[in-house]
Design a protein around this ligand. Structure first.
Ligand code: ATP
Ligand code: MG
Length: 457
């Protein structure tokens, strides 16, 4: 067998050497071994060891330690500002609630520790000199692109239902598929995901939705995902009119997630867009009606979708910015865009450029997941025209009170009495500027303000 050499960070080597020198066995384990073998840069380097937490505390007493996980066998050692988690070999015990092990039991062998891990690709360990310890054929599954439970998948999902979602997350991230037995067991056990805490579900779903391979995984495993978000279920097989669509609602959603282009978005914007695209048509099954012509309609699915998305995201305890961002986008994702500078400036005033850029990204993703017809191409062109002009006006136009060439103090100096009138006049001036009736110049604005003051209320 080929002897892989994994390049460890100096600090990880030091931790392993220190543990070895004290007579313990120790390995880097899990995600870092998987990612290294795939030629990817690991996020963290987790270590497992025969040392007990109290022994680790003594051994690393000169370092900053994080002891919040000590009960579960984990001691965090901070080296050069980076925390390393070192965990005693352990068994997870039983999972009566499908959530957390009732108790952990420390064990003496690496083999037992590897056997309690979720997937074969996550159950490998490595130490310099010894090479990769691969007792569950993780390397074979890595090479074949397969996510497979360690041991009997039904039993493993019964222990911890979150693994169902983790399987999808790794499939999306690594562009892998689920081993058929693992997939069948996941589908069978999907409803037990309802027993897992919202925080854990949210974290895994977020990890799944924000990687480039998410759309493919959604397309393939919608039924499994419906265990975590039951509203997905009715989208599967919900047919749409052929004039616009070549997919049912769910396959369209998955295709839109694949099409989503996140270039130019910041981290928050990207997250908001991934979730908004995932949920943009979530209320279509609720709004579906069939017209006299036999074609399906989805009237009101924007607003209804926004409400359903809010319910889902609240249930998952998603952060407030995500809920507001997603709900705002879904509420108008399918509404026509304004044309003409006045309407675009008013749109900028109401929503802001950041929101409108996100809206365009969602619209492109949505349209690119439609049938490729001239009508759809035309709608896409409308988005491009709007986006270009909106971006230009966002730099050159005046659409907020702060951009006006006068402020409240200027108006009061010109004779306007202090009080709410100042705000109202500024608001009216902004309206006049956006409508092109007054130039955004100090003298012109003061003249207009005086004229308004003389008008009866
Ligand atoms: P990532 O790069 O996403 O952090 P990871 O493999 O490091 O991937 P973690 O969630 O950090 O994933 O978990 C670290 C390791 O712990 C996993 O590789 C796996 O071996 C084990 N593990 C984590 N969660 C579970 C679980 N629910 N059941 C069994 N083993 C788990
Ligand atoms: Mg990790």
């Amino acid at each position: 067998m080929r002897q892989e050499n994994i390049r460890l960070p100096r600090d990880a080597v030091w931790l392993l050497e220190t543990l070895h020198a004290a007579g313990h066995s120790a390995y880097v384990v899990g995600g870092c071994v998987r990612d290294s073998l795939l030629g990817r840069q690991p996020g963290d380097w987790d270590i497992c060891t025969s040392a007990r937490p109290d022994e680790m505390r003594t051994l690393f007493s000169d370092q900053t330690l994080i002891l919040t996980g000590e009960k579960h066998g984990t001691v965090g050692v901070v080296l050069h500002g980076k925390p390393y988690e070192i965990t005693t070999y352990r068994l997870d015990g039983t999972y009566r609630d499908h959530r957390h092990p009732d108790k952990v039991r420390f064990v003496s062998s690496l083999a037992e520790d590897l056997a309690r891990r979720d997937f074969t690709i996550n159950a490998m360990a490595y130490a310099p000199g010894e090479g990769v310890i691969d007792l569950h054929d993780g390397r074979k599954d890595l090479a074949a692109g397969i996510v497979r439970c360690v041991g009997d998948p039904t039993a493993r999902f019964a222990e911890d239902a979150l693994r169902i979602l983790r399987a999808l997350r790794f499939a999306a991230r690594l562009n892998f598929t689920l081993d058929p037995e693992t997939a069948a067991a996941a589908r069978e056990a999907r409803d037990t995901l309802q027993t897992v805490s919202a925080e854990r579900i949210y974290a895994e779903l977020d990890g799944l939705l924000t990687v480039p391979g998410a759309g493919r995984t959604l397309a393939q495993y919608g039924e499994i995902l419906a265990g975590a978000v039951p509203e997905v279920g009715p989208c599967i097989g919900c047919t749409q009119p052929g004039r616009w669509h070549c997919h049912d609602v769910w396959q369209h959603t998955a295709a839109a997630v694949t099409e989503l282009d996140l270039r130019g978005q910041d981290t928050r914007g990207a997250r908001v867009l991934c979730w908004a695209t995932f949920l943009h048509d979530i209320a279509k099954p609720l709004c579906r009606s069939v017209g006299p012509d036999g074609a399906a309609h989805f009237r009101g699915h924007n607003q209804r979708g926004a409400a359903v998305a809010r319910t889902i995201l609240r249930r998952l305890k998603a952060p407030g910015y995500l809920i507001e961002g997603v709900v705002g986008l879904i509420a108008i994702h399918d509404a026509p865009l304004p044309t003409g500078d006045v309407a675009i400036l008013k749109c900028l005033n109401r929503y802001g450029a950041i929101f409108l850029r996100r809206l365009c990204a969602l619209k492109y993703a949505d349209l690119d997941a439609h049938a490729h017809t001239p009508e759809v191409a035309c709608r896409r062109e409308d988005v491009t025209v709007f986006e270009n002009r909106m971006l230009e006006l966002s730099k050159t136009g005046c659409y907020t009170m702060r951009q006006l060439a006068v402020n409240g103090a200027d108006l009061m100096e010109a004779g306007l009495p202090a009080g709410p009138t100042v705000g109202r006049v500024l608001h009216d001036l902004l309206g006049a500027v956006m409508e092109g009736r007054v130039a955004n110049e100090r003298e012109a604005l003061l003249r207009e303000a005086r004229r308004r003051m003389q008008e009866p209320e």
